[in-house]
Design a protein around this ligand. Structure first.
Ligand code: CTP
Ligand code: MG
Length: 223
């Protein structure tokens, strides 16, 4: 398969409280976007990438995302899901596999991109997951309703790999049915597609709050 990445950088980073879009925030000397682009460039299986930028920031984001495999910058949508749909429309027809990746996960390794792509041979979608180590309670108000067996749970990360036709179909369905998912795999699951897991990376944390930047710096420093 010929694979391209969609780099999701169209969020504003409200919880980080930044004046600049989150993708352009500095993490130990390089922006989150620059780090994500480097991972994609070093992944053997990815031959192009499209970047979704916040409205009005396309030039800035496009310049920061330039590289050998750069295809296009698109204006993102109101939600992450809308940004993916818009980026898919800009993807040249030659690509039949797509890896969706949140630039907020700037520490994902090139090997993780290749791992999700390899597992795509037996599935429509592939999600990296980490095991849940805490005991999980289902709660209503302040009352515990039950304990959910953690063996059956996984914490989902990006990059997530998909067969392009399945991803496009799932996004069309979700849009038509007014469904909003928090990741792309959720849309395929709803469409009864086969989604499988591969081991995620503990260091591939999602940078959401200012404290996450401190944690990410520690990962870069100490491994
Ligand atoms: N994203 C996007 N388009 C949107 C919203 C989010 O491309 N309309 C991207 C973000 O750029 C990020 C990823 O989706 O890489 C995950 O979103 P999140 O961590 O929530 O980032 P932000 O939306 O930027 O942060 P916040 O919610 O704090 O504003
Ligand atoms: Mg957000």
């Amino acid at each position: 398969m010929r694979a391209a990445a969609i780099l999701l950088a169209a969020g504003t980073g409200e919880r980080l409280g930044g004046e600049v879009p989150k993708a352009l925030i500095d993490l130990a000397g390089r922006s989150l976007l620059d780090r994500a682009v480097s991972a994609v460039a070093a992944a053997a299986g990815i031959s192009g990438y499209v970047v979704a930028a916040p409205p009005g920031r396309e030039d800035e984001i496009g310049a920061a995302a330039s590289g050998d495999r750069f295809l296009a910058v698109v204006t993102g949508g109101d939600t992450r899901q809308a940004s993916v749909a818009l980026a898919l429309e800009a993807l040249p027809g030659a690509f039949d596999a797509v890896v969706c990746h949140d630039v907020a996960r700037a520490l994902a390794s090139p090997a993780l991109f290749d791992r999700v792509l390899e597992a795509l041979s037996g599935a429509d979608g592939v999600v990296p997951v980490l095991p849940v180590v805490d005991t999980v309670k289902r709660v209503e108000g302040s009352r515990v309703v039950e304990t959910v067996p953690r063996e059956s749970l996984g914490l989902a990360q990006t990059p997530q790999a998909f067969r392009r036709a399945a991803l496009e179909d799932a996004h069309r369905r979700a849009r038509d049915e007014g469904f909003q998912g928090t990741d792309d795999a959720a849309l395929l699951e709803r469409a009864s597609r086969r989604v499988v897991t591969v081991p995620g990376e503990p260091s591939n944390l999602k940078i959401t709050e200012p404290a996450d930047l401190v944690r990410a710096e520690a990962v870069l420093r100490d491994g």
